[in-house]
Design a protein around this ligand. Sequence first.
Ligand SMILES: [Zn+2]
Length: 70
Amino acid sequence: MPIYEYKCNVCKNQFEVLVTSSASTGDIVCTKCKSPDIKKTISASSYRLNSGSSSPAGALSGCSAKSGFS
Ligand SMILES: [Zn+2]
């Protein structure tokens, strides 16, 4: 299930919402001030998954590149 990050246009509160298949995004309100005036920013879950899986390989290649330079 995707987790979406929203930002409230009223109080600038940023919060994450787990969007289930049954839930409508129109029902989502700010967790702080309960305002429906919110904006979707990024999908937090997919971003974290991509960065987490690529970091071990990226660290290894970064090490070899640095040793080659010095
Ligand atoms: Zn708010």
